[in-house]
Design a protein around this ligand. Structure first.
Ligand code: SF4
Ligand code: SF4
Length: 120
């Protein structure tokens, strides 16, 4: 059986992944999206660090999950389906977003210079 999701072509713009931090408050305690993602898109970062103290994994906002490797996402939707609090949204970029992303990636053309006057 083939894997669900999409096959991104080289240069294609990756899906957009949005995390609702109002809904996902204690990701270190959950990590369901990290475990199920077949391409290891997610990571968890500590947002509150105190020297010499262990960060409280159960305190809301101490950790945040984020899509560190968005370019690996195949839009299989497993993370969206497994999230117990509906905190994840994965969608393909709109044509306008894709165009903007391509333009920001495109190499800039060198600035045109005024033609030099021929020396006599
Ligand atoms: S599955 Fe949902 S609640 Fe759990 S860490 Fe991921 S985004 Fe947060
Ligand atoms: S949709 Fe979610 S589980 Fe699937 S590849 Fe993308 S980030 Fe990973």
């Amino acid at each position: 059986m083939s894997e669900p999701g999409i096959q991104l072509m080289p240069g294609q713009i990756s899906p957009k992944i949005v995390v609702s931090y109002e809904r996902c408050t204690v990701p270190f305690e959950c990590k369901k999206c990290l475990r199920i993602c077949p391409t290891a898109v997610f990571n968890v970062a500590c947002m509150k660090q105190s020297r010499g103290l262990e960060s409280n994994k159960k305190e809301a906002g101490t950790y945040k999950v984020y899509a560190q490797y968005r370019e690996r996402c195949t839009a299989c939707m497993r993370c969206v389906e497994i999230c117990p609090v509906d905190a994840l949204t994965v969608r393909m970029p709109t044509p306008e977003e894709a165009r903007e992303a391509r333009e920001s990636r495109a190499p800039k053309a060198p600035e045109a210079k005024a033609p030099q006057e021929a020396k006599a």
